[in-house]
Design a protein around this ligand. Structure first.
Ligand code: CA
Ligand code: CA
Length: 283
């Protein structure tokens, strides 16, 4: 009996020393939209765990098998055509999540148009929101948003990392007033929505480019490899963004200063104090 307790205790110590995700505090229910199979109209039948907010005169949404990165199904949301829109019109699905120890919300998105013409980012976009605020949308520096956005992540900002439930939403948003009739359908597919804990929930530090919970020589090597390069704003090496031009940043001394602030620091939750956290930009 005593021997069993010693074995169990040893395993618990080993587990507590790992930085693997703790699924009990990081969960998006039915984040892969597999629970229900095909739903031809989610305003008539909500996908398990998700609340639907899809104004059906302007949008349509379903779960289907036309594209999936996990399992067989994904969420498909599209704008209606021959319809008038106001800037800010949205179609979303939402659920309550606990983010206290969550560092990233991860997901895959595909965006395309019915006509196969370019997707102008000024007209519409895919959006992820927390508590109604947009926290991720694809980089607007491109003139055509069509494409697959795989293994994307929103780094959860500290303001959401508390004990309160927060509303996570995904969908599509119209960005312009379209008083006449729209002759395009903007189509977004979402799949594999999940979450990640880093460093026992302590989060990643600015400059921890290899995600091992320390800022050290290995990260410096990764940073110097892009030194003075022009990179997209969301690039993880672009730590300081106040000097960015729209859509682009340069990895320079401003970024190095933030990197240096975290030099040789650990971000394990138990070690964490007065550190500079990676900010909320996705990558
Ligand atoms: Ca799926
Ligand atoms: Ca590191």
């Amino acid at each position: 009996m005593l021997k069993n307790w010693i074995v169990a205790g040893t395993i618990m110590v080993m587990l507590s020393g790992t930085n693997w995700a703790q699924t009990d505090t990081c969960e998006v229910a039915n984040g892969s939209f597999e629970d229900d199979g095909l739903i031809s109209d989610i305003t008539a039948q909500e996908p398990n765990a998700w609340d639907v907010n899809v104004p059906s005169e302007k949008f349509a949404a379903r779960t289907d098998g036309s594209w999936a990165t996990d399992g067989s199904f994904s969420l498909f949301v599209q704008s209606q055509w021959f319809t008038a829109f106001a800037a800010g019109d949205m179609a979303t699905v939402s659920q309550q999540v606990h983010l206290a120890d969550v560092n990233e919300i991860t997901f895959d998105v595909k965006m395309d148009t019915y006509s196969l013409l370019a997707w102008d980012p000024n007209i519409a976009t895919a959006v992820m929101l927390v508590d109604g605020d947009v926290v991720w949308e694809p980089n607007g520096a491109t003139s055509d948003l069509r494409g697959e956005y795989l293994a994307r992540a929103y780094a959860v900002e500290d303001k959401y990392r508390d004990e309160n439930p927060h509303t996570l939403s995904v969908g599509v948003r119209i960005n312009v007033d379209e008083p006449g009739l729209s002759f395009e359908r903007y189509r977004v597919r979402w799949d594999s929505i999940g979450c990640t804990l880093f460093c026992n929930g302590g989060g990643l530090l600015a400059g921890d480019f290899n995600h091992d919970c320390y800022v050290d020589i290995n990260d410096l090597k990764l940073g110097t490899a892009v030194w003075l390069n022009e990179v997209p704003s969301y690039d993880r090496h672009n730590l300081f963004r106040d000097d960015d031009l729209p859509g682009y940043g340069t990895v320079n001394f401003f970024d190095l200063a933030m990197f240096a602030d975290n030099w040789l620091r650990s971000s394990y939750k138990e070690d964490r104090a007065d550190v500079v956290a990676a900010d909320g930009h996705g990558y």
